[in-house]
Design a protein around this ligand. Structure first.
Ligand code: NAP
Ligand code: MG
Length: 462
């Protein structure tokens, strides 16, 4: 795979300050496919300086021109979509079809949505005798994970650029190659030097230096709750803005009137896709006691079908983590009906699609984010019980409700403490705000709500 040995700073690939590198590994065969620089605080400082220097001109660029650059960026992503899919497949391990349909296609949709929003959004509004200007927050430090590596980059960079902010990105150490490809795309789209900068590196080194840099006005982070908490603390101490997209433990609530087979099959597919490495995955399936055994049998069959199609998890550490959760599920008394902790293959970081029945709400596997292909099926007595279970975790990122009647599903969804709910298998919408209630995060991404994160208001009174 093609890899740059420098950082993209101020419109060009610059030599790294240090000598250290990061080996990029293909999770399917454990082979090294590239090497990128492990950025230091010095690299981050250079990138932040470039972003600060570029800020006044970019912030003053008319929204229509910023929209044109985003439109050009979208076009480059379209032209390079096959390469994007191949790169994500090589460094994340996801099956190529999924990389094409999701990892490459969704960022194109999101970049396109911000090209449109930048052109149409009202950056100025009237309120009585005031004019309110929506101005860019400033320099954004973006820190992203590996699970949807390009989507998570675009979901931050596109609205930031639309708002008139400049950006320094620190992508996940496991998936830096698609981030480098993205930097090339930004360059080819004619975005001025310094507006977007990329420093690859390790979280506790480059990531922390970026989050703590006094020249950064807003830190936008997606990843684990543990690191998010740390970033929130540092941002609080510096009185700077922060956006956090953290973990989830979403409920898939199947009400008795639902099409049970459809709800179970879509639910299993939701959890198994991307090998379960989706923060919004519906990892807890809630089924009425009268339908419980039928649902468990359907889920076990559906999961077994994924056996051959599923990709590996991202690295050895994640595989060990997921396996230890499966072992914990068994130890705490849940009933394994598909998969298990044994590796299905000798090579690669594979985990078998796993389904647990007889999971009770207080079990570890029903409370903590596993981030692997593991589904828990829980039994509820009545609707109040289902709601209590659905809301009974520290998270509130997403969820699903299935019912025979849409209004019945909506009524239930309105009582869930969660940021996004799919009704009877509702389709992904790149304009819908995405983000969490409770410990799933602070702030929203995508659409106009995602754009607003990068804006601050100034009011003039007349
Ligand atoms: P993570 O450590 O939170 O990684 C997310 C990003 O933060 C990466 O770019 C990471 O760099 C960086 N980072 C790590 N420590 C940092 C620090 N002290 N200061 C600033 N940035 C830092 O997550 P992970 O280790 O990849 O995954 C662990 C668990 O997090 C997963 O099992 C899952 O439960 C959860 N997770 C959630 C999401 C989500 O979308 N909500 C995404 C990924 C992971 P490195 O790449 O070098 O670590
Ligand atoms: Mg990490």
């Amino acid at each position: 795979m093609k890899a740059h040995d420098g950082h993209y700073i101020d419109g060009a690939w610059r030599p790294a300050a240090g000598q250290d590198g990061i080996d990029v590994v293909n999770p399917v065969d454990e082979q090294v496919i590239g090497r990128v620089p492990a950025g230091t605080a010095e690299d981050v400082d250079q990138a932040v300086r470039a972003a600060r220097a570029a800020l006044p001109a970019w912030a003053a660029t008319p929204p229509a021109e910023r929209a044109a650059r985003l439109g050009a960026l979208r076009d480059v992503l379209v032209a390079r979509k096959d390469e994007i899919a191949e790169t994500v497949t090589a460094e994340l391990g996801s099956p190529l079809k999924f990389s094409e349909n999701v990892h490459a296609a969704v960022p194109i949709a999101v970049a396109g949505s911000y090209a449109e929003l930048a052109a149409t959004y009202a950056f100025e509004e009237k309120a009585g005798n005031s004019t309110v200007y929506l101005e860019p927050v400033g320099v954004v430090g973006a820190i992203t994970p590996w699970n949807y590596p390009l989507h998570q980059i675009v979901a931050k960079v596109a609205p930031a650029l639309a708002a008139g902010c400049t950006v320094v990105l620190k992508p996940a150490e496991d998936t830096p190659l698609v981030a480098q490809l993205f930097a090339e795309a930004v360059h080819d789209a004619g975005v001025p030097a310094g507006v977007f900068n990329l420093v690859t590196g390790l979280g506790p080194v480059a990531g922390q230096a970026l989050a703590e840099h006094p020249g950064v006005d807003l830190v936008s982070f997606t990843g684990s709750t543990a690191v998010g908490r740390q970033i929130g603390r540092a941002a609080g101490a510096a009185v700077k803005r922060v956006a956090l997209e953290l973990g989830g433990k979403s409920a898939n609530v199947i009400l008795p009137s639902a099409d049970l087979a459809k709800a179970v099959n879509v639910g299993v597919a939701n959890v198994m896709s991307n090998s379960g490495q989706t923060c919004s995955a519906w990892t807890r399936m809630l089924v009425h006691r009268d339908q419980y055994e039928e649902a468990v049998a359907l889920a076990a069959t559906a999961a077994a079908k994924y056996g051959e199609r599923i990709g590996p998890v991202v690295n050895a550490k994640q595989r060990a983590r997921v396996r230890s959760y499966i072992e914990k599920g068994v130890a705490e008394g849940a009933r394994l009906v598909a998969g298990g902790p044994e590796s299905p293959r000798e090579q690669g970081y594979f985990v078998a699609p796993t389904v647990f029945a007889d999971v009770t709400p207080e079990m570890t596997i029903a409370q903590e984010e596993i981030f692997g292909p593991v589904l828990s099926v829980l039994r509820y007595e009545d609707e109040e019980d289902a709601l209590r279970i659905a809301n009974g975790t520290v998270y509130g990122l997403a969820g699903a409700v299935w019912a025979g009647d849409e209004a019945e599903a909506v009524a239930f969804a309105r009582r869930m403490d969660t940021g996004q709910v799919d009704i009877n298998g509702g389709r992904f919408n790149p304009l819908a705000p995405f983000g969490g209630y409770k410990q799933s995060g602070v702030g929203r991404e995508l659409g106009t709500h995602g754009l607003a994160e990068y804006l601050q208001t100034k009011s003039l009174q007349f």
